[in-house]
Design a protein around this ligand. Structure first.
Ligand code: GDP
Ligand code: ZN
Length: 366
């Protein structure tokens, strides 16, 4: 059924803007410039109102124009031809931009500038609870093409319910997901090898890597090439070690924005993107500070769709509004009985459906 084939496309998932690719209308060619020239770039680092923006003219350390922090609230009856009247100005409690957003910058010389415009957000984004303000959600990172759900072969034992939640997070935003199992040098136990085969069978790339022996690193590099990715997973699984193995010159970036405030990188909660070497380019997000992520509400509207192996059966159930939990004539449960859908994956679905829980706790126990 067509309706269930795709998620409704939310705001912020519009067309990806390609640098300099916008066609120029004929009548504008040769026209006098109408304002200052803004440089488009990518926010790769940000902390306390200062942002590092990579542009074609190099990195620019930026503040943000005050009006971009304000949300103009218009009077309700303003769908007329008359001038819009601003009823209220709300100052946003948090940054209107995140690392991974594309913005337009007015350079002021000396490697400094101001963010003047925000390009419509594209790709995936994560929100999490604001660590500073106790409540409220902040967008930590935007513009993602891919989530790499990262766990260790052991120490700690991989928590596959968390993996399933991360995969749902990717599916809900229609971005790619891959599974990365680190510390491969500790050995992959048979039960884990069996589980990994299930993820491979439903189409997720599974990369088995070691930061110690170098095993699998080329495959991981290839998986990341040309994309903006985030390694997400519990602490202690070896994410930082993998980042360092992939990009030994990572240290050079340390001090980007935080350096200007004299603070060490690891004392901040900032997120940053660092460019990957190689002809294809790409960026990798530093997600060291991530402990929990929010699942957007719409995940729960089409949770079944977010389990990609369920998709062939959606629309085949006897009930139109089948929850796939207990209804007669449920095609998903029929597939489960027939062995076409994995039981543990179905259990993850059922738990998420029942919990309706909007948080992924990366360091959750058992
Ligand atoms: P993170 O919290 O996910 O960033 O994990 P770290 O990179 O800090 O690593 C956690 C611990 O696992 C450290 O003691 C590392 O030395 C160890 N570790 C990381 N990668 C590997 C690996 O590939 N093999 C083994 N045996 N240990 C690793
Ligand atoms: Zn059903």
């Amino acid at each position: 059924m067509g309706k269930k084939d795709r998620l409704p496309r939310g705001a912020g998932m519009g067309l990806r803007m390609v640098d300099g690719a916008a066609p120029v209308p004929i009548e504008e060619i040769g026209a006098a410039p109408t304002g200052p020239v803004l440089l488009e770039g990518l926010i790769v680092d940000g902390n306390r109102g200062m942002y590092r923006v990579e542009t074609s003219a190099g990195p620019i350390l930026c503040t943000i124009r005050g009006r971009l922090r304000k949300q103009l609230v218009y009077a309700k009856s303003d769908n007329t031809k008359t001038r819009k009247s601003v009823r209220e100005v709300k100052v946003k409690g948090h940054d209107p931009v995140a690392v991974g957003d594309r913005v337009r910058v007015l350079p002021s010389g000396g490697g400094a500038g101001t963010i003047e415009e925000i390009v419509e957000r594209a790709g995936g984004s994560f929100t999490r609870h604001d660590p500073n303000k106790g409540g409220g959600k902040v967008t930590s990172i935007a513009g993602l093409d891919q989530i790499v759900a990262t766990f260790a072969a052991s120490e700690p034992t991989p928590h596959l319910r968390v993996l399933d939640r991360l995969l749902v997070l990717a599916e809900a935003q229609e971005i790619a997901a891959a599974v990365c199992i680190g510390k491969a040098d500790l050995g992959i136990e048979p039960w884990l090898a069996e589980r990994l085969a299930v993820y491979r069978a439903i189409g997720y790339p599974v990369l088995v890597v070691s930061a110690v022996t170098g095993e699998g690193q080329e495959a991981l590099r290839a998986q990341l090439a040309g994309k903006t990715s985030a390694l997400l997973g519990p602490s202690g699984v070896g994410k930082s070690s993998l980042l360092n193995a992939l990009q030994p010159d990572l240290g050079q970036l340390v001090g980007g924005v935080s350096g200007s405030t004299g603070k060490g990188r690891h004392t901040t909660t900032g997120t940053r993107l660092f460019p990957l070497d190689g002809p294809a380019g790409g960026y990798l997000a530093d997600t060291a500070g991530f402990r929990s992520l929010s699942l957007a509400g719409r995940v729960f509207e089409q949770l079944d769709w977010c389990f990609r192996e369920f998709r062939p059966y959606l629309g085949e159930c006897r009930m139109n509004d089948c929850t796939h939990l207990h209804e007669p004539g449920c095609a998903v449960r029929e597939a489960l009985r027939a062995g076409a859908i994995d039981r543990d994956r179905y259990d993850s679905f059922r738990r998420l459906r029942r919990a309706g829980d909007e948080t992924i706790d990366l360091d959750t126990e058992g």
